[in-house]
Design a protein around this ligand. Structure first.
Ligand SMILES: C[S@@+](CC[C@H](N)C(=O)[O-])C[C@H]1O[C@@H](n2cnc3c(N)ncnc32)[C@H](O)[C@@H]1O
Length: 399
């Protein structure tokens, strides 16, 4: 047991069926208070659990025999150790700028079986220096994992150069205040999305689309499309996995505006080229609009099928929560509707309490509408019903 030999200011955690060293006390904020503070966020376990499963799905779908994985922001190495032990035939290139974090990582790696230790290479460099040194030895990675503090945008450009065509990239963003429009100037500065006058649907789905659009913009400059295959929101972060393909069409064909009618509150979409930007429900042309934004699907069905079928999920402690997230995402991915209504906002507008979700779904289904729960919150819903149908249910008109 690791705990028999650990110093006072360390504790351990269990992930993926193994015990790892982590600093104590653990840091729960998204950014450490001091530059050299060692970071480990227990809430990011869900991020690591789902990342292991998505890479396994990537490996399964592409029949990769030997995956090369690069983790430039490796922290105390729990993620790296998990990729090495839980993803078959992987080689991991770990890095972190903080030498204290690297020390703990080495300790964590030394507890793994020798044949797994041999799969991991460790560096202690700044991001750019690390990638440059990697380039000399191993130019092409199958998977690049960008998990910094705050926004990942400054790291996208260089990461693209290191991932194979049809390879996988993952980005974590913890700057939800910017992504959800609390600071519109910061949102524009980081993600290039300009207008944010009113909430348009569930704020976290919108934030995921803003993050993806910001990442895709950097790909477009390099004549590449980055297509999301799995994206999720949890507590204080958004994580997205994207495949790199050549050319800009795959992204541009799915880019447009989301809009909410200032009269009837119906949400709709319009293409970048569309001249007719009136409300699809009442025709009013006074709309709150946001974009250009990626409006395509945030998840790929083949990944969802692979995730659901993966028996490895049972190795993960807390597997019920992970299964629940995956199943909800599978549900929300069925319709091609790039927004979710948030029943809390609808209830606020019509000044009524929210009835139980199941009764709303039942009433909408009885009225012939399709509706799907989402993983974003227990009160968000994707439906082809309009705002008026939803508000009528909340106002008791359909009872
Ligand atoms: C959010 S933590 C990573 C957590 C880790 N991926 C995990 O899953 O536990 C971010 C890490 O990036 C490191 N870091 C920050 N800026 C860096 C840079 N410019 N180059 C390399 N590492 C950096 C920090 O020392 C910190 O350990």
């Amino acid at each position: 047991m690791i705990s028999n030999v650990m110093p006072m200011d360390f504790t351990t955690t269990i992930e993926g069926g193994r015990e790892y060293f982590i600093p104590s006390p653990v840091i729960n904020s998204s950014v450490p208070r001091k530059v050299d503070e060692v970071f480990f966020n227990p809430y990011q376990k869900v991020n690591r659990d789902l990342s292991v499963l998505v890479i396994r799905a990537f490996s399964n779908i592409n029949r990769n025999v030997d995956l090369k994985i690069c983790e430039p922001f490796g922290g105390v190495g729990v993620r790296t150790c998990r990729y090495a032990t839980e993803v078959p035939s992987s080689r991991i290139y770990y890095n972190d700028v903080n030498s204290k974090a690297v020390k703990i990582t080495k300790r964590n790696i030394s507890s793994l079986p020798v044949q797994i230790q041999e799969k991991i290479k460790i560096q202690n460099k700044e991001f750019t220096d690390f990638l440059n040194s990697l380039y000399l030895e191993h130019p092409i990675m199958d998977f690049v994992d960008i998990d910094p503090y705050g926004t990942p945008i400054p790291y996208v450009h260089r990461s693209l150069k290191f991932v194979a065509l049809k390879g996988l990239l993952a980005f974590t963003a913890t700057d939800l205040a910017s992504l959800s429009g609390l600071y519109p100037r910061a949102m524009y500065a980081k993600y290039g999305i300009g207008v944010f006058e009113k909430r348009i649907g569930n704020i976290h789905e919108l934030a995921a689309r803003i993050l993806i659009t910001g990442i895709q913009r950097i790909g477009l400059i390099q004549n590449q499309s980055l297509i999301p295959v799995f994206t999720f929101y949890y507590r204080h972060f958004i994580r997205t996995f994207l495949i790199r393909v050549r050319g800009v069409d795959k992204v541009l064909d799915q880019t447009g505006f989301l809009q909410r009618c200032q009269t009837c509150n119906t949400i709709s979409q319009s293409s970048v080229k569309s001249k007719d930007r009136g409300c699809s429900s009442c025709g009013n042309n006074q709309l709150w609009r946001i974009g250009p934004l990626y409006l395509g699907k945030l998840h790929d069905d083949s990944y969802l099928t692979s995730l659901i079928a993966d028996p490895h999920i049972n190795v993960i402690n807390g597997s019920k929560r992970i299964s629940r997230i995956i199943n909800l995402i599978n549900e929300e991915n069925k319709p091609n509707i790039p927004w979710s209504y948030d029943l809390q906002s609808v209830a606020k507008i019509v000044s009524r309490p929210i009835p139980p979700m199941e009764s709303i779904i039942e009433k909408l289904s009885d009225a012939g509408y399709k509706c799907y729960k989402t993983h974003y919150s227990g009160t968000s819903l994707k439906t082809n019903a309009g705002f008026n149908d939803l508000s009528a249910i909340l106002m008791g008109a359909n009872e």
